[in-house]
Design a protein around this ligand. Structure first.
Ligand SMILES: Nc1ncnc2c1ncn2[C@@H]1O[C@H](COP(=O)(O)OP(=O)(O)OP(=O)(O)O)[C@@H](O)[C@H]1O
Length: 606
């Protein structure tokens, strides 16, 4: 079964009308010009069908009646002129307003991007949120779906509605039952089309989740940073097979949807054939009984064909808009997803020195039942250099995430100089930290921009040079032709350079030094560095941070000797805490771990 482990979630509901208003308000806000084009286009589109209805009728009347040559020439010339001018201007206007529609869509994309960048950090690790993000983007992916699709159809629809008024008036003069019959036909076609569109939309959760997984695998296959694993671990076939599995699932859903569209097409064609036979037989009957003239027959003939086609098209457009409405609901429910609102008038973070206290802190990740910490108590004194050690999964990175307020504690509180950190303005609080995380993220910009994370004109180049020196990267950068102006990676600049893992880490360390936050945190940033480089960096860091709090997470216990205190975590508990000498004297877990590592170093050195 395709559904497998994919979940289906509720989204907020807006009516089509509410979303039409939403889209129009957005268009008005982002590009008012589009409404000028809209007025002229609508007028031209609404008169276009009647050119083909009335001119042939008038020409026939002249031919069957007075047969005046000048009159016929005048009619023919006006027919072609009017048709050409209207045709030209509608096409021209379309090409004029199209870029404006794209501009409006880009504004909605910008809102989507802002939401992704500004959302609470915990959402970025939440699978449901990531799925909703992907589903919402489907509303923005091309010209003819979602928001832009709705706008295009709205343009067409208003002109069509005016034209419809004309059609209805003409057919009503023939016979009101003919009109009703045509309307019923079209409504049936509308409902069956909409049902398929709704079915298609109902598959969105499954498609989103499936696409997210297959896109991930696609990314792995093309990302050369996985190159070594793919080749050496022999997982190429395994990854490729899983990718094909997801693609096949997608194909099966696609086939089901297309099969439903095929059935709708069959019903549509049957309705059309029956309708044509019934109406044209009736018109022929009227001519035979001299109830209408030949020119009238032509006029009704064209009108009926046009009306049915026109209405079917309109109904399809309406069904299409209702289907896009579902996509727009997805978009809005994502954009309007509630964020934890920070109280206004938050406190300013006081000036240092700082002391932090974890008071009876318990924490579990959202969507997880397992507590990472229970009743954790720990004080980080001002100016202290604290090493956090422990086995994999012990909760070291989580400790940093809580301290930086990327997550809020589940129970208990974290205090800064005795005040709960939740009381402070979050953005101001973030500014106090310089953190180097395990996964280094360099941008495809210049070295200087990567270090300063500022616009070129605001960068303090002397400071960039100094921190690169402190991070042990100055020799490498100085050897480059363009120095700190050299781009990292080749994505945006052909002359960009590829850095090794250790060099990337040094850039990240330089970045933290440049920011010069009042609390420095290194979360295993030295894993890719050789022992000498690690030693140098810790020395430099200790000099740089001087009276500031510095927190070091490292599996290499050699680094703990630079620290005032060591906190050892195990299964979410602080199992040992004290100076290196105290813990060695205690001769328990830390001492064991240290002894094991020391032995390796000695063996390596031997
Ligand atoms: N976003 C998350 N959602 C749910 N659980 C998580 C999340 N991040 C981490 N965990 C879990 O929390 C626990 C602690 O993880 P954490 O990353 O803090 O460990 P760590 O000590 O830094 O490990 P390592 O030394 O391997 O980096 C682990 O059991 C991990 O599986």
């Amino acid at each position: 079964m395709i559904k497998g482990d994919f979940m289906k979630r509720e989204v907020s509901k807006y009516t089509t009308w509410q979303n039409v208003v939403y889209v129009i308000q957005g268009a008005w806000k982002y590009d008012k010009k589009v409404f000028g084009y809209f007025g002229v286009y609508t007028f031209l589109a609404s008169i276009q069908p009647f050119i083909l209805i009335f001119f042939p009728k008038w020409i026939l009347e002249e031919l069957l009646g007075a047969k005046r040559l000048e009159q016929l020439v005048a009619l023919l010339v006006s027919f072609f002129l009017v048709a050409a001018v209207v045709g030209f201007f509608t096409t021209w206007l379309r090409s004029l307003y199209f870029p404006h529609m794209i501009k409006i869509r880009f504004e909605f994309i910008r809102k989507h991007q802002e939401k992704c960048m500004m959302t609470n950090f915990k959402n970025t690790e939440d699978a449901d949120f990531l799925n909703d993000m992907e589903t919402a983007f489907r509303c923005l992916g091309s010209n003819d779906i979602g928001i832009e699709g709705m706008l295009h159809k709205l343009f067409a629809l208003v002109g069509n509605l005016i034209a419809l008024g004309g059609y209805v008036t003409i057919i009503a003069t023939l016979n009101i039952w003919v009109l009703l019959y045509l309307v019923v036909n079209v409504i049936i076609s509308y409902f069956i089309t909409f049902r398929v569109k709704k079915y298609e939309h109902d598959q969105k959760d499954i498609i989103s989740e499936n696409d997210r997984r297959s896109n991930y695998l696609y990314h792995v296959m093309y990302d050369f940073s996985y190159g070594k694993e793919l080749r050496l671990l022999g997982i190429r076939d395994w990854i490729a097979e899983r990718f094909v599995e997801y693609k096949n699932r997608r194909l099966t859903i696609h086939k089901k949807i297309k099969w439903k569209y095929f059935n709708v097409g069959l019903v549509d064609i049957s309705l059309l054939v029956i309708r044509e036979v019934v109406i044209y037989s009736y018109l022929i009957y009227l001519v035979m009984n001299k109830q209408i003239s030949i020119p009238d027959f032509t006029m009704y003939f064209t009108t009926v064909a046009g009306f049915a086609g026109w209405m079917t098209m309109m109904m399809k457009d309406l069904a299409y808009m209702r289907a896009q409405n579902l996509n727009i609901c997805d978009y809005r429910s994502f954009i309007e997803k509630e964020e934890e609102v920070e109280q206004t008038h938050k406190m300013s973070v006081p000036e240092g020195p700082y002391t932090f206290e974890f008071r009876d802190v318990s924490f579990k990740y959202p969507n997880s039942e397992k507590y990472v910490y229970k009743h954790l108590n720990l004080i980080i004194h001002s100016g202290e250099k604290l090493a956090i050690v422990g086995h994999n999964g012990a909760g070291k990175t989580t400790f940093v995430k809580l301290l930086c307020r990327l997550y809020d504690v589940t129970d208990g509180e974290i205090l800064l100089n005795g005040i709960n950190i939740k009381c402070f303005d979050k953005q101001e609080y973030y500014k106090k930290f310089s953190v180097v995380f395990q996964e280094i993220k360099t941008l495809a910009f210049s070295v200087a921009e990567n270090v300063a994370l500022q616009e070129k004109e605001h960068i303090n180049y002397a400071k960039v040079a100094q921190v690169l020196e402190e991070a042990g990267m100055s020799k490498k950068i100085e050897s480059l032709k363009r120095g700190v102006h050299t781009a990292i990676q080749k994505i945006l600049d052909d002359e960009g350079i590829e850095l090794s893992g250790g060099e990337n880490q040094k850039i990240a360390i330089a970045r933290a030094l440049y920011k010069n936050g009042e609390i420095m945190i290194l979360d295993e940033p030295t894993a890719a560095l050789d022992a000498l480089a690690e030693h140098e960096i810790y020395m430099n860091f200790n000099q740089m941070v001087q009276n500031k709090i510095a927190i070091y997470i490292s599996h290499r216990l050699a680094s703990t000797q630079f620290c005032d205190r060591i906190a050892m975590f195990e299964q979410g508990k602080l199992v040992e805490y004290g100076t290196h000498d105290e813990l060695m004297e205690l001769n328990e877990k830390y001492a064991d771990m240290f002894a094991v590592q020391a032995k390796y170093y000695q063996e390596e050195g031997a």
